[in-house]
Design a protein around this ligand. Structure first.
Ligand SMILES: [Ca+2]
Ligand SMILES: [Ca+2]
Length: 188
């Protein structure tokens, strides 16, 4: 007779790996592994919040420049956020509104044209900014003063702006997509 047991080992970039359930594991036992995107909903991802399919850290108080924000995200094994399509932006805005952020709360995201003026890329993944809602009363990006090379979003509108990277504002980090490794093994 045999029975199967499942070991859920959560390996994730959101915090340290957490062990959901650890039975008496014998490494010589037959086992099967499966890998899933995302993590089980019961796992606490604090300080990251899940919005849609993404995990964000939204800095609520501490205003820093773009470079400091990028460093703060790396300290959490994350990156400044890349908002790559309208649904992602709308979901984030909806969350920020619900949390009471106002439209003059600006958040650094990873977009920048530091490499080549006028060519905007996401620093977090190297891709060009194909989704870029440069809306607003002025036509952005305007590279105001000849020195606006970092991108921020607004908490309550689908809008981005290029700003001086040394300005201090809030920021949004985005965790790389976590994976769940599921081990199923046979115990004799
Ligand atoms: Ca610029
Ligand atoms: Ca601007």
């Amino acid at each position: 007779m045999y029975r199967t047991e499942t070991l859920l080992l959560i390996l994730t970039s959101v915090g340290i790996p957490s062990l959901a359930y650890l039975p008496d594991v014998n490494i010589f036992t037959n086992y099967r592994t499966e890998v899933y995107n995302g993590i089980p909903s019961e796992i606490d991802t604090t300080p990251f919040v899940r919005i849609g399919d993404n995990y964000y850290y939204i800095e609520p108080m501490n205003k820093v420049n773009w470079f400091q924000a990028a460093g703060a995200c790396r300290m959490m094994n994350a990156h400044l956020a890349s908002i790559e399509d309208k649904p992602e932006m709308e979901a984030l805005i909806k969350y920020m509104k619900a949390k009471g952020f106002k439209n003059n709360d600006y958040f650094w995201i990873s977009g920048n044209d530091l490499g080549t003026e006028g060519a905007f890329y996401w620093m977090s993944n190297g891709r060009p900014m194909t989704y870029a809602p440069w809306n607003g009363p002025k036509q952005m990006p305007d590279n105001y003063g000849g020195n606006e090379n970092c991108v921020h979003m607004f908490a309550t509108r689908e809008m981005i702006n290029d700003a001086n990277c040394k300005i201090q504002m809030l920021y949004v980090c985005e965790a790389t997509e976590p994976k769940t490794f599921k081990f199923t093994y046979i115990k004799w």
